[in-house]
Design a protein around this ligand. Structure first.
Ligand code: PRX
Length: 650
């Protein structure tokens, strides 16, 4: 038996003590399926509403759902004020750790003051409920304060990951019509300050809607200044009163937009709203991680710029009055044990991260975590891509000391919160499978006609009932919302874009995207987006991009390009130029691992590029069926040119 089969066959029953003390028990599934809407209403009551809803769900006009119709609440009040009013003002909300080693401790009472001041500043700057505010920041507490300040006044935040380029920021500012940008001079990454303000200056200069730029001082580096437009956070927020009366908003009031890559070149602005979103992120955070607010120290090691950060660094943990850790920098700075040092220092009990990071730690070796005391950990989580059983087992043994259950959570920017996951204390764990739909969630694996598949047949993952934290639309494009997610199997079935299978025990195994979306280190990148970037370079006539499997990053980006002039230098220098071009255009995460200069691309008779064959080449596999190609010799030419797969690291 090979090692991987041995791993795949293993089962991990819930630890007895956890079963006895867990927040939820096995009855939760039965309870939720008996009356799904009553179940979600019960979870909504974990929040404080100023007005109770009249109806739990209005699904009369699918796929446009309304949850907790008529209900009113304030998200920031639920995340901060109510805990202070309940006597927990001195509890730490965040232990913040800067990359250079500086630290800040923020209690719930301090968070309330800071959010109130920032809310007053936004109002002074003329930001109204419904206005969009862009947040382009490093991982510092002001990022969270800014998000909560927006929520408090009903402004819609639109966080753009700090690793995205000026171009990416500009297109998001433009699409969302943001009136304000909150940014900083920069942040620390890999031991050095990185700049953010120049990208903001560039992007804002190209868009019409932004009136002001508020700048947090983090690194102290020099920044260009536009008088009348730019303001220091310390001035405009610092001078405000710490008193602010939160206003209640409708359950369906927009909370935020988060752009994500789809199958076309234009990223989609995923819109989340207030009541249903907060209900599901709070409840899933509490149930999936067995969060005990009085004793746990919780850490989602991700960036706030992604949905994982929104739901499980900010909204879920705060709604549950968690004490969290927030870390600014990279795992290897200043040494490869930085994460484990942080866990030892703060006695972290719950760690949530991505398989790509776990595989990197595996490469660095188990001696690194072995040098630290990780005995405080009790529950682990994984998100972003399928976790291969070997990585699962390594995480379980070398980080979890063999005692911590791993929650492999499947969800998406669009779903807002966990959708398929085991539950600690309940589920017997199966490494590599996300296992069961969360209580109150209906997921199926179906064939192309929509017939349900069980017994290990590979099909498509669909969600067959609406859920509270579902996206409500694509910003400004209802038609695209319907077409993208709710057209393949009719208007009441959500097509997730993922392949999946269900085994005889009812475990769901996620098999990756079935569309032209790549998953690189847990980040979604569209093949079309990278192709458009490449063809925008003057040297490139045509480009085809595929995601090839990569031992560390899950998938790596491999591009095939045809140059404009034959005879043009196609050497290494040009390849490097093109890689840099994409990094600048979209962001460093989109930089292709390899670029192959070719004479032709394999196309079907109808002119469609056959990515399947290119993927075979990129993964050094035997070529699949080439009979539908216009010219099958093209493939021989391409395969003969491909060098051995190179490392994705640089
Ligand atoms: O393909 C699935 C994969 O990540 C996609 C969603 O990406 P994004 O919207 O960026 O959100 C990432 C964080 C929630 C999904 O369509 N994915 C996410 N989690 C898992 C996963 N694939 C397998 N197992 C998971 N646990």
């Amino acid at each position: 038996m090979s090692e991987s089969t041995e791993v795949e066959g293993r089962r991990f029953p819930a630890p007895e003590q956890l079963t006895a003390e867990a927040n939820v028990g096995p009855d939760v599934y039965q309870e939720a399926s008996a009356d799904r809407l009553a179940f979600w209403a019960q979870q909504a009551r974990r929040l404080t509403w100023t007005q109770e809803w009249d109806e739990v769900l209005d699904w009369s006009n699918p796929p446009f759902a309304k949850w907790f119709v008529g209900g009113k609440l304030n998200v920031a009040y639920n995340c901060v004020d109510r805990h202070v009013e309940d006597g927990h003002g001195d509890q730490v909300a965040y232990h913040w750790e800067g990359e250079p080693g500086d630290t800040r401790t923020i209690t719930y009472a301090q968070l309330k003051d800071e959010v109130s001041k920032a809310a007053n500043a936004l109002t002074e700057l003329g930001v109204d409920a419904g206005d969009r505010v862009a947040i382009y920041m490093p991982m510092i507490p002001e990022t969270i304060i800014a998000m909560l300040a927006c929520a408090r006044i009903g402004a819609v935040h639109m966080v753009v990951f700090g690793g995205f380029s000026a171009d990416a920021l500009a297109s998001r500012l433009d699409d969302s019509g943001a009136v304000l940008v909150i940014t900083s001079d920069g942040g620390y990454r890999r031991g050095a300050p990185s700049a953010l303000k120049p990208a903001v200056d560039d992007a804002v200069g190209r868009t019409g809607s932004v009136r002001n730029v508020v700048v947090v001082k983090r690194t102290g580096q020099d920044v260009e200044w536009t008088e009348g437009r730019d303001l220091w956070w310390d001035d405009v927020v610092g001078r405000q009163s710490a008193e602010h009366q939160p206003e209640s908003f409708d359950a369906e009031h927009p909370l935020y937009i988060m752009y994500t890559s789809g199958t076309t070149a234009k990223p989609k602005g995923i819109l989340h709203t207030t009541g249903g979103y907060l209900t599901q992120v709070a409840y899933t955070h509490w149930a999936t991680f067995d969060l005990k607010p009085d004793t746990d120290v919780y850490w989602t090691a991700a960036d706030v710029g992604w949905v994982t950060g929104h739901s499980y660094i900010v909204y879920g943990p705060l709604a549950n009055r968690a004490t969290s850790v927030m870390y600014e920098g990279t795992p290897e700075t200043p040494h490869r044990g930085r994460w484990w040092e942080i866990i030892e220092k703060y006695r972290v009990t719950i760690l949530y991260t991505a398989p790509t990071v776990i595989r990197t730690f595996m490469k660095w070796g188990e001696d690194v975590p072995a040098g630290f005391d990780l005995t405080s950990l009790r529950v682990l989580g994984s998100v972003g891509e399928p976790i291969n059983p070997e990585a699962w087992l390594w995480y379980h043994e070398h980080i979890g000391g063999g005692r911590c259950p791993i929650m492999d959570t499947w969800w998406q920017t669009e779903t807002g919160a966990h959708m398929i996951t085991p539950l600690p204390g309940v589920t017997t764990l199966v490494p590599g499978s996300a296992q069961h739909p969360f209580p109150g969630i209906s997921a199926k694996v179906v064939d192309d006609e929509g017939n349900e598949l069980t017994n290990d047949s590979t099909g498509l993952l669909v969600l067959t009932e609406p859920w509270p934290s579902m996206l409500r639309t694509i910003w400004g494009d209802d038609d695209r919302y319907v077409d993208t997610y709710w057209s393949r199997f009719g208007k009441e079935v959500y097509f997730a874009g993922d392949g999946a299978k269900k085994d005889a025990d009812g475990n769901i195994w996620l098999l990756g995207r079935v569309d032209d979306v790549m998953n690189v280190s847990g980040h979604r990148i569209s093949t079309t987006e990278v192709e458009s970037s490449l063809v925008a370079h003057p040297s490139v006539a045509e480009a085809a991009v595929v995601g090839a499997s990569d031992p560390t990053t899950g998938q790596g980006i491999v591009a095939f390009v045809i140059l404009r002039e034959s005879g043009q230098d196609s050497g290494d220098e040009l390849v490097q130029t093109l890689r840099q071009h994409v990094a600048k255009d979209i962001g460093p995460i989109a930089k292709p691992r390899q670029i192959m200069v070719v004479q032709e691309l394999p196309k079907t008779r109808s002119g469609k590029i056959m990515r399947r064959l290119l993927r075979d080449v990129a993964e050094n596999r035997e070529l699949g069926d080439v009979t539908t190609l216009t010219d099958s010799s093209v493939m021989e030419l391409i395969s003969s040119k491909l060098p051995a797969a190179s490392s994705s690291e640089d």
